[in-house]
Design a protein around this ligand. Structure first.
Ligand SMILES: Cc1cc2nc3c(=O)[nH]c(=O)nc-3n(C[C@H](O)[C@H](O)[C@H](O)COP(=O)(O)OP(=O)(O)OC[C@H]3O[C@@H](n4cnc5c(N)ncnc54)[C@H](O)[C@@H]3O)c2cc1C
Length: 373
């Protein structure tokens, strides 16, 4: 075992990379364990908001230009559409573009930046965490020891599951979490809009999306109520048919978990913190998770730095920094229950009535400002 790292991070998505970058930049000795070799595929719609760009610019001045220069931006959309199966509910010109990124390249950029700051990356899967000894055993049989462990191991977090067994956090995949299925269809296969679309009423406690990337259309659907992958796939195929996509054999449909309201208000125990999707920090109305992965990665790093090595102080600090995010997520979850949680025909009525009143405010909230949740 030998060396003791200041921090061991499990998972190299936006949450793990952001935490690692911040800690290494301040001189800490950071080991990041990622089970897949990077760049790796991650199922995602790839939409990032104004607050994400603001946060990223704060960490890397010039970030947006770098996204442009490295061909990571797939599309920048200034109009959007909210609709049901049968009619358009709201079309608008956005005040700020909705940016669609290539997720594989985006995550790779962050991991490269973390390495540049001094993070040591090992492509190994964390198989077991020993909370009392603060060690991680990997499936290749190596044992690593750290003063702190940050679990950024995504929506199905193994570490959260282990902590839930100790009854110190809630288990992942609670009733509020969603299953999402998505496919990337070559644009020429169907007749798609140039604007991102949000499709309501196709499924209870969820929604569908259709995002125009450069060559493909990202089309997906998620639901917290209906977690049967076959039914979601059926609804997705139905939606694709409405865009004129006929040949389902041409498409690879993939499924993944979306925490979507599955947040843990105090995501930590002793010197272990849960970050990003592992803490369930995807926004409960529309499932935006990239921003919250970066933001919680920042906060976890700050908590480690400010705790001066005292484990319980670190969890307290982290839970305190997350407080505003959790309270906003609580409100969004309630809004979801009152809208997307309704049976589809009632949801249609509720949205027809509500959208003209709240659309602008909703857009502002979704784009957000970094730090103002
Ligand atoms: C279908 C779908 C569409 C989405 N669309 C959007 C969108 O358009 N915009 C948006 O903002 N959010 C979107 N999200 C949510 C977003 O993808 C997540 O919130 C975000 O990826 C969370 O980042 P993370 O770093 O916490 O986790 P992840 O990005 O999942 O990274 C976790 C990493 O941990 C690694 N890992 C897991 N277990 C281990 C282990 N045992 N050992 C080592 N490594 C491990 C994984 O390989 C992975 O690289 C979407 C999610 C889904 C499912």
């Amino acid at each position: 075992m030998g060396k003791i790292y200041d921090v061991i991070i499990i998972g190299g998505g936006p949450a793990g990379a952001t935490a690692g970058l911040n800690l290494a930049r301040r001189g800490l000795n950071v080991l990041l364990l990622e089970k897949k070799s990077m760049p790796r595929f991650k199922l995602c719609g790839g939409m990032i908001t104004r607050k994400t760009i603001e946060l990223a610019e704060e960490i890397h001045p010039g970030f947006y230009s770098q996204l442009e220069q490295e061909g990571i931006i797939e599309n920048q959309c200034l109009t959007y559409l909210i609709k049901t199966e049968n009619r358009n509910l709201h079309t608008a010109r956005a005040r700020h573009p909705f940016v669609l990124i290539n997720r594989e390249k985006y995550d790779f950029l962050w991991i490269k930046s973390a390495i540049q700051e001094g993070v040591q990356l090992k492509v190994e899967k964390a198989a077991k965490v020993d909370f009392s000894g603060c060690t991680v055993v990997t499936s290749s049989g190596n044992t690593y020891r750290g003063k702190f462990i940050l679990a950024a191991d995504g929506a199905g977090s193994r570490v959260r599951l282990e902590l839930a067994r100790k009854k110190v956090v809630s288990p992942p995949r609670s009733g509020y979490a969603a299953l999402a299925v998505e496919t990337f269809v070559p644009k020429v296969y169907g007749s798609f809009s140039d604007s991102p679309e949000l499709i309501l009423g196709l499924i209870k406690d969820g929604y569908a999306w259709s995002f125009p990337c450069s060559k493909v259309q990202a089309v997906g659907i998620c639901s917290a109520k209906q977690k049967d992958g076959r039914l979601l796939k059926q609804r997705l195929l139905y939606l694709l048919k409405s865009y004129g996509v006929a040949d389902k054999n041409q498409m690879k449909i993939q499924a993944s978990l979306l925490p979507y309201g599955d947040y843990e208000p105090r995501p930590g125990y002793r010197n272990v913190l849960l970050v990003g999707d592992a803490a369930g920090l995807a926004e409960p109305l529309l499932g935006e998770g990239i921003y919250f992965a970066h933001a919680s990665g920042n906060m976890a790093a700050r908590a480690v730095l400010e705790s001066k090595g005292i484990a319980h102080a670190c969890v307290d600090l982290y839970a305190g920094y997350l407080g505003k995010i959790i309270s906003s997520m609580r409100k969004r979850l309630l809004l979801r229950k009152l809208t997307l949680g309704l049976p589809p025909f009632l949801a249609d009525k509720a949205f027809s009535f509500l959208l003209p009143l709240i659309a602008l405010r909703l857009e502002e909230k979704i784009q957000g400002r970094h730090g103002d949740y």
